[in-house]
Design a protein around this ligand. Structure first.
Ligand code: SF4
Length: 64
């Protein structure tokens, strides 16, 4: 499983990192830090939860 974040759609609301800080990271300006990263085993539910919190629907959880 991977996470894809459309950085051009991110508006720095920070909801992903607020709800799932162990998975989602923000840069110094509050925008999502990474556009594409793997989901560690056991964090699949956290990945989906964080994605569902994004008010811009910028986060996609992609099954391998
Ligand atoms: S919740 Fe969405 S808009 Fe907010 S920082 Fe995360 S990716 Fe960006």
């Amino acid at each position: 499983m991977r996470i894809h974040i459309a950085l051009d759609e991110c508006e720095a609301h920070g909801m992903c990192a607020l709800h799932e800080p162990d998975l989602y990271e923000l840069d110094d300006d509050g925008y999502a830090a990474d556009a594409d990263f793997p989901v560690p085993q056991g964090m699949e539910a956290a990945a989906r939860n964080g994605a569902s919190r994004c008010p811009m629907s910028a986060i996609k959880v992609v099954e391998d």
